[in-house]
Design a protein around this ligand. Structure first.
Ligand SMILES: Cc1cc2nc3c(=O)[nH]c(=O)nc-3n(C[C@H](O)[C@H](O)[C@H](O)COP(=O)(O)OP(=O)(O)OC[C@H]3O[C@@H](n4cnc5c(N)ncnc54)[C@H](O)[C@@H]3O)c2cc1C
Length: 254
């Protein structure tokens, strides 16, 4: 089975500070990492491979330095990586077009795994867009996955209810954070991952020409969150009593 995992390199959003004068996020000097849920997708791909056999390719659209992050996914157990170096104005349709072109270039692919959303922009568009461009079935918000040789069965979290669904291959599956706990690679796995291949493909060559972005981001601003900073200094029982009363007044507790 040929499994592709789409993994995005993002800035570590927990480290972002907002410039108080401009309200814009300060991104310089912030560490980059693989978007959290994409590690769940890699973990699930490894479990599929352990059950039915196959090969796992990690695809990322981003800057060339994403190779360093892809190495971490190879250490977890993916077999190879492809970094598609994209122009700075790549937006959703461009990224989906590039990922689809890369999947086609890889040849026969049985399963494409994505995160339900990235931790930075969180649009949740890429999985459904990619399935659309590839014209394959999609199973989104997967919380449990059982792979068989000729089909896959998933449980999907739909908020107030869950659905069990099945599809033959090829299929695109987006996973939630709850699906598993990504493994931490051992030192041996980290060392041996350096011999696994990471290819670099140029966006324009892959797409067969320039790609025209359709959406333009005009501005990104942090949303200020004000805290009430109420401190209860009575004894514990009295403080808890007051806190519960305040929370009830705010409508948090009923
Ligand atoms: C090099 C580059 C330049 C960009 N320039 C601009 C710009 O100028 N203006 C602008 O508005 N936006 C820009 N973007 C952002 C881009 O529009 C989004 O990153 C992208 O379309 C995904 O949207 P999202 O993060 O909301 O993903 P979601 O749809 O929330 O992600 C869902 C899942 O899709 C997969 N996925 C998402 N992105 C990637 C990726 N890059 N590679 C591999 N898998 C992925 C992952 O599995 C992820 O969990 C740029 C992105 C890149 C990589």
């Amino acid at each position: 089975m040929n499994i592709v995992v789409c993994a995005k390199q993002v800035v570590d959003v927990s480290e972002i500070k907002v410039d108080p004068s401009t309200k814009r996020p300060v991104l310089s000097g912030i560490a980059k990492k693989i978007s959290d849920i994409d590690k769940n997708a890699v973990e699930e791909a490894i479990r599929m491979k352990e059950k039915v056999g196959g090969k796992i390719t990690v695809l990322t659209v981003g800057s060339a330095d994403a190779k360093e992050r892809v190495k971490e996914l190879l250490a977890m157990g993916a077999d190879e990586g492809v970094v598609i170096v994209a122009p700075v104005d790549s937006e959703y349709s461009v990224v989906a077009t590039l990922l689809a072109a890369a999947v086609k270039k890889l040849g026969q692919v049985d399963a494409v795994l994505c995160g339900e959303a990235s931790i930075d922009l969180f649009s949740g568009q890429l999985g459904p867009r990619l399935a659309g461009v590839l014209d394959i079935p999609q199973l989104t918000y997967t919380t449990k996955l059982t792979a068989e040789k000729d089909h896959v069965t998933v449980e999907r979290n739909l908020g107030d209810h869950a659905a069990t669904m099945t599809s033959p291959y090829p299929v695109l599956i987006s996973v939630t954070k709850e699906i598993n706990t990504p493994r931490l690679p051992s030192l041996m796995q980290i060392l041996s991952s350096s011999s696994k291949p990471i290819r670099e493909w140029k966006a324009e060559e892959l797409a067969g020409g320039p790609l025209t972005p359709k959406i333009k981001t005009l501005d990104i601003k942090g949303v200020p969150m004000s805290r009430k900073n109420i401190v209860y200094q009575d004894d514990l029982d009295a403080s808890i009593h007051k806190l519960v009363g305040e929370l009830a007044k705010e409508g948090v507790l009923r």
